[in-house]
Design a protein around this ligand. Structure first.
Ligand code: 5GP
Ligand code: MN
Length: 355
């Protein structure tokens, strides 16, 4: 059996038609990994198209190669994208672990004739790829992309543009280098990216300091009126209706990170945000320590992700979804209290639990 890296080297030995895709509503790791890989493969002479299954936040549109991204739209370019999938000799699937995460593209990719390569760091990857670089221990898919380029002997091809895409992915997926996934390896990679000439403060500013005034007012509204704390469960959550999104003219990306405010309350170890997107309620879960939101989301909300950051979906109404969530909490009360105690979170002032 050749090692995956030598198999990839052989696969990329001659210029090929390459298709790169990533998950629905790409975040900085998803888009950054895709554009870094595409920038690198173009330098090798490959013909590359990056297709995202949906649009993505405007604060990512500075990335090198952004102007060439094709955003899939069922009504506008279905045929064109299907042709790209079917003509591709190599298909890279980045930063997602199951084909359901790329919507309609999932079945196109599943039946595509080309060689499928999965590069991802989520838990429980689906077995659909011919070459598999799934590593849930990695902090970000961008970390894996860096290692693959390096192991192919091409680190010198990582320029500042590619480096900043990778930096953005690692910075955001590690929560700006504070999550436990922030390993020594991560910092060593960042050192290499600095040598490649990246401007890390510029990347940080473009991602975190580019809010519209309206987005900040929306944040104020959410924190003041929508945040609910359940001290007896060491839990906090936020539920946002479609009308509220409309009232603040909320754009893709405007709700990103809100769930982290819920998690930042002292004593809270489990946070959720429910957003009514019309066709379905999109849910994000976050936790600290032992409590696995990946398991919780997979078991109850058709989702998955990472141990401490996961997402899911509900096809029930927003209020019914929240009621279901609240109904589940008593089953986890002991686990949540234990997680809080172990992680050193001071107890929240609560009435004794109802027997
Ligand atoms: P977020 O809450 O930021 O959308 O996602 C948190 C993590 O969970 C990300 O790594 C994301 O890829 C993953 N994730 C989000 N939504 C879903 C989902 O519906 N299904 C699965 N399997 N993973 C998800
Ligand atoms: Mn990621």
């Amino acid at each position: 059996m050749p090692s995956p890296i030598s198999a990839l080297k052989a696969l990329l030995a001659q210029p090929k038609q390459v298709f790169i895709t990533t998950h629905h509503k790409p975040d900085a790791d998803a888009l950054g990994s895709s554009l870094a890989l595409s920038g690198y493969l173009r330098k090798l002479g490959h013909h590359v198209t990056v297709v995202t299954p949906s649009d993505y936040p405007g604060f990512l549109n500075w990335m090198a190669g952004n102007e060439e991204v094709v955003i899939y739209d069922k009504r506008q370019n279905d045929r064109q994208v299907r042709d790209l999938v079917n003509r591709a000799e190599v298909l890279f699937c980045l930063d997602f672990s199951c084909l359901g995460r790329i919507n309609e593209l999932g079945e196109y990719v599943r039946h595509a004739p080309g060689v499928k390569v999965l590069i991802d760091h989520h838990q429980e990857p689906e077995n659909f790829a011919d070459l598999d670089y799934a590593n849930p221990r990695a902090a970000a898919t961008a970390e894996l992309i860096f290692e693959i380029i390096r192991d192919l002997g091409d680190q010198h091809l990582i320029d500042a543009g590619i480096g900043e895409c990778l930096y953005a992915g690692i910075m955001t997926d590690t929560g700006s280098f504070r999550h436990p996934s922030t390993s020594r390896n991560v910092h060593l990679i960042i050192a290499e990216l600095l040598s490649a000439g990246i401007d890390l403060s510029a990347v940080h500013r473009r991602i975190y300091d580019s809010h519209s005034e309206q987005r900040l007012r929306f944040l104020g509204f959410v924190l003041k009126d929508k945040l609910v704390v359940k001290p007896e469960f060491n839990t906090a959550y936020i539920a946002i209706t479609q009308d509220e999104l409309k009232a603040y003219d909320s754009k893709t990306g405007d709700t990103e990170g809100l769930v982290n405010f819920a998690l930042s309350i002292e004593g809270v170890v489990f946070a959720a945000i429910f957003i009514d997107r019309g066709p379905a309620v999109k849910i994000s879960f976050r936790s600290v320590g032992e409590f696995s939101v990946s398991d919780f989301s997979r078991q109850h909300f058709a989702g998955g992700g990472h141990h401490n950051a996961a997402g899911g979906i509900s096809h029930e109404r927003l209020d019914a979804t929240v009621t279901k969530f609240l109904g589940l909490l008593p089953d986890y009360q002991v686990a949540l209290a234990t997680t809080a105690a172990v992680s050193g979170a001071p107890a929240l002032a609560v009435a004794p639990p109802v027997a």
